[in-house]
Design a protein around this ligand. Structure first.
Ligand code: NAP
Length: 326
């Protein structure tokens, strides 16, 4: 059992670095499904466990209205409801959660320092579960109209577009799922995808193609989003014919994938893949001793809540073994 309070770890005196500081067994960076799952396993193992979360627990899936592929919920479940339950479960077992942005981490012998703007924490192991953030299109008008018609969250902003017309950009699961969700409010969704085939899972494609409020616009990219105070038009180009047309609408929802949240690792020698995802082995070990990664932030083939939860459990067990072997 880890104490979390020792100033001496093994035979090494850490007084200099960790003087008067609590030494956590495990610090989990990120409170999404991967981090919360890790925390549940770590706290049940009686490790002194701290989650550092940037905004609010739940991760990006908390913004999803409806999840129907997480086992155990035969009628589906709201993303926020599911992750709130995970958070409560972690707290019930003793996980402590603090809020703040991790700026960097440092290592010394077997200890690690997690650095925030106004505070540092010392720990024996780190589990990076910092997830990913939505990608931007990078077109004119996108940033200018955020909150004025441009959105990355249908659950948050969909109700503002009641009886209006909107575009959804992207061809993956997120774009199709959120386009379907938006039909609850809007009169029409233009689903704009850069190719002539969706990447999304078949069942979502079938639903989208059977939904009269959705008009699919294949082979098209957004060139510009325009308006005065709020979004009024989107200019799209057909990549096969090069024809450009303007669609009058009120909102543009962008779901074109994610980039991993690994900026705070830039000074470390942690191995990332070419897209910036953390490379781990099947025990969630990174290239740095005592640092583990789980969930969407790591290189993997399937980014889902169910795989995030599984990763989190494995990362926690690996961290426990690491502490025992120290
Ligand atoms: P994704 O699978 O990476 O799909 C991104 C989509 O955006 C692709 O269709 C891509 O086009 C398009 N795209 C990328 N960059 C673009 C750009 N610059 N301009 C225009 N289009 C661009 O991302 P996602 O849909 O957010 O899904 C991420 C992960 O979450 C996936 O593993 C997905 O399965 C999972 N997810 C699952 C569910 C579910 O199970 N219900 C729901 C949401 C998300 P191309 O196809 O041409 O590359």
């Amino acid at each position: 059992m880890g104490s979390g309070y020792k100033i001496f770890v093994g035979k090494i005196n850490y007084k200099g670095w960790a003087k008067n500081k609590m030494i956590y067994d495990t610090i989990i960076i990120g409170g999404g499904p991967a981090g919360l799952s890790s925390a549940i396993y770590s706290s049940r193992a009686r490790l002194n466990t701290l989650i550092i979360e940037k905004a609010g627990c739940g991760g990006l899936i908390a913004m999803t209205d409806f999840l129907e592929n997480y086992p155990g919920f035969e009628s589906g479940i709201n993303g926020f409801e599911l992750t709130s339950k995970m958070e409560q479960q972690a707290r019930n077992f003793g996980t402590k959660i603090v809020y703040g942005e991790v700026l960097s981490i440092e290592t010394k012998e077997t200890l690690k320092k997690v650095i925030l703007a106004d505070k540092t924490y010392i720990t024996k192991t780190i589990i990076v579960a910092s997830g990913s953030n939505f990608k931007k299109l990078g077109v004119r008008g996108e940033v200018e109209f955020i909150g004025k018609g441009v959105s990355y969250c249908a659950t948050c902003d969909g109700p503002f577009f009641k009886n209006k017309e909107v575009a959804v950009i992207g061809g993956g699961d997120s774009a199709l799922q959120e386009a379907l969700f938006l039909t609850k409010f809007v009169n029409k969704v233009f689903l704009v995808h850069r190719r002539d085939k969706f990447r999304a899972t078949q069942i979502l494609q079938e639903r989208v193609l059977g939904e009269p409020k959705i008009e699919v616009v294949f082979d098209s990219i957004v060139e510009e989003i325009t308006g005065s105070e709020f979004v009024e038009k989107v200019k799209i180009k057909n990549v096969k014919s090069n024809m450009v047309k303007e669609i009058a609408l009120n909102g543009v929802f962008i779901f074109i994938g994610w980039t991993p949240n690994t900026n705070f690792l830039t000074q470390n020698k942690i191995t990332l893949d070419e897209k910036g995802y953390i490379v781990t082995d099947d025990q969630m070990k990174t290239s740095m001793d005592g640092i583990f990664a789980c969930g969407d932030v790591r290189k993997k083939i399937l980014r889902q809540v169910v795989t995030a939860a599984g990763d989190g459990a494995v990362a926690s067990i690996s961290a426990q073994k690491h502490i025992e072997s120290d």
